[in-house]
Design a protein around this ligand. Structure first.
Ligand SMILES: [Zn+2]
Length: 620
């Protein structure tokens, strides 16, 4: 049986000030806070424009074919090959990319999935056109169920080549059922599932098609991880099954322009990241899952003489200023049950990790700690935010059933945890949102942090024999962040009247921005640029391909009283998205709006140290 290394969990628990046993304290705390608060009204923030539109498909009714069926006689699913047993099925020579001994570690799952990708003779995956047609059929399926589920098709604009970006909203909320038009502010807790931000990672998208059908058709237990639609009695689910259809069409990671959309969730340069921001802004999900696949062979064979062995690599948000209780809930309410659910299906898992694309660099890093990925940006929105990656890139169709089953199992676990914890999650979110806002003007904020260098023994597989191959690696741990730069947390930021591009992007993220209606005086700190060089944005894999022209500035701070004109902007930190604002505004980091030339100069930006007195009005 696979021996799963436990030392990371041990290390993580040492790092946390509270342990599992202390969890009831958190519950008592959030319960007390909830009891002290007034009626559970929604945020009083001005509603964002209802730009998500619902579409009614004008095609004749038709049930989608069943896309998840039990295998008639499920074979025993050994997690290790039996050397005395029958030889594993010979891989198709056209996709011979693993030795038979390695492939034998990954037997077919006990469920047979039948999305279009699994049609006989297919070498590709569910096409963009097939996906659109399936999504429309699922809207009708929801109406046909005995226990009706409202399934709404949401249009979020188009990709860079004009492919519609579409999502589905599943709800059994009587309000949603009774209402007409778009419910972009559901009253129930929302879980958002995102697939295929990277076009060459198909299993996430195929799995979300399966999840969508399980929800829409209320499939019987046993058909897949079953009875899943029961979660809709407690939560709403929004699914964006294919976030990057252009990348999918070309089977490449990036969007059509070459920008990696999963490093674009703070800057919002691509329409694909903007669409996702719109979905998050309007549905305000408490839980987000981002489904990916990871490279199995390639640079791991070249660097370590080994191939990858884990069915799933999993990580939640790990980024500077992330509220501690978001981390605790991610670990205890979601990751632990997910690992159990995977184990119960004979599926192995490890923390997510990756390695540089440079072959000379043998360091292995957990997922990045920058505020740029969906995982980290949604964490800074105070959501429980997971990355789930299956063993897929470079395998073609090999093990696709198992890869889809891994995602379906992990996502089903998240949905069940969210439904079971819906009340706790609501209280946690209310508490964390208020707590983040209350920190304005007080204490410190971490401006920049790095992962902690350490060592780790990672289990891989010998490419020929398939035997476990422990590999000692230099390992950057994201479980513990090292603050590189700290500053006092200001009350907010001033932006000059000409910084409209920054204001537009902050509003797209859902950040509240105000405009000065009159001139006045601000107690603030101005930035002075002391050095500048042109550099490249980088992540743990290396420089980003779209990384040209980044400004790396050094700054000093000068506190003073400033006369300001009417027309400038104020971005207060007394709001739930304050930590996201810090990531965008502090200029001397690689993801800041100044470094990425969205803010034009440090002269257009200042740290405000006392709540402004001049009259302001909200920017719509
Ligand atoms: Zn990916």
């Amino acid at each position: 049986m696979t021996k799963h290394p436990m030392n990371w969990l041990d290390r993580a628990e040492r790092h946390w000030p509270m342990t599992v046993g202390a969890l009831p304290t958190l519950l008592v705390w959030v319960l007390t806070l909830a009891a002290c608060s007034t009626a559970p009204t929604r945020s009083s923030a001005p509603p964002a424009k209802p730009a998500v539109t619902q579409v009614t498909p004008a095609v004749p009714p038709l049930r989608t074919p069943l896309i998840a069926l039990p295998v008639p006689d499920p074979p025993p699913a050994p997690s290790e090959p039996d050397p005395a047993g029958a030889a594993p099925p010979a891989p198709d020579p056209a996709t011979l990319i693993e030795s038979a001994a390695v492939a034998a570690h990954f037997p077919e799952p006990p469920v047979r999935y039948r999305t279009p990708a699994f049609e006989p003779g297919r070498s590709g995956y569910t096409s963009n056109a097939e996906l659109r047609s399936l999504m429309r059929a699922l809207v009708r399926d929801g109406q046909g169920s005995a226990n009706p589920t409202t399934v709404r098709l949401l249009q979020l604009g188009s990709s860079q080549t004009g492919v519609p970006l579409e999502a589905l909203h599943f709800s059994r909320d009587p309000g949603a059922l009774a209402g007409s038009g778009v419910t972009a502010s559901p009253s129930r807790l929302v879980v958002l599932l995102v697939g295929q931000q990277h076009g060459d990672e198909p299993a996430g998208s195929e799995a979300l098609i399966v999840i969508a059908q399980l929800l829409a058709r209320d499939l019987e237990p046993g058909v897949a991880p079953g009875g899943l639609a029961a979660v809709l009695d407690r939560i709403d689910v929004v699914i964006l099954p294919r976030a990057n259809p252009d990348g999918t069409a070309n089977e490449r990671r990036a969007t059509a322009s070459g920008i990696d959309m999963n490093r674009d969730h703070l800057l919002l340069q691509t329409p694909e990241a903007q669409a996702q921001a719109q979905l998050v802004r309007e549905f305000n999900p408490a839980v987000v899952v981002d489904a990916h696949e990871y490279a199995v062979l390639g640079r791991y064979v070249e660097k370590f003489g080994a191939v990858q062995r884990f069915d799933a690599l999993v990580q939640y948000a790990m980024v500077a200023n992330l509220p501690e209780f978001v981390t605790k809930a991610s670990e205890e309410w979601f990751r632990q049950p997910m690992l159990q659910a995977l184990r119960a299906q004979g599926l192995s898992s490890e923390w997510y990790y990756t390695t540089s694309t440079e072959l000379a660099n043998k360091k292995v890093s957990m997922g990045g700690v920058q505020p740029d990925t969906g995982r980290n940006v949604n964490g800074l929105r105070n959501a429980i935010s997971f990355l789930i990656e299956t063993r897929g890139i470079g395998l073609g169709h090999a093990h696709l059933q198992r890869r889809v089953h891994t995602h379906v199992t992990a996502v089903a676990s998240v949905l069940k945890s969210a439904a079971a914890r819906a009340d706790d999650l609501r209280k946690l979110r209310r508490f964390v949102d208020a707590d983040v806002a209350a920190k304005a003007c007080h204490g410190d904020a971490v401006i920049e942090a790095t992962a902690t260098p350490s060592e780790y023994t990672l289990l891989m597989l010998d490419p020929l024999t398939g035997a476990d191959k422990p590999v000692a690696v230099a390992w950057d741990s994201a479980l513990e962040l090292l603050p590189v730069k700290r500053r006092a947390r200001p009350c907010g930021y001033w932006l000059g009247a000409d910084q409209t591009d920054a204001v537009r992007r902050l509003r797209a993220l859902g950040v509240q921005v105000q405009r000065f209606d009159q001139a006045g005086t601000l107690r603030a700190e101005a930035y002075t640029e002391t050095a500048r060089e042109v550099g490249a944005r980088a992540d743990v894999r290396g420089n980003l391909t779209d990384a040209g022209g980044l400004l790396r500035v050094s700054v000093s701070l000068l506190p003073a009283l400033f006369d300001i004109d009417a027309g400038g902007y104020y971005v207060g930190l007394d709001q739930p998205l304050a930590n996201l604002v810090i990531a965008a505004m502090e200029p001397d980091t690689q993801n800041s709006y100044l470094a990425n030339r969205i803010v034009s100069s440090v002269n257009g930006l200042a740290r405000v140290l006392r709540q402004p007195e001049a009259r302001m009005s909200s920017v719509p």
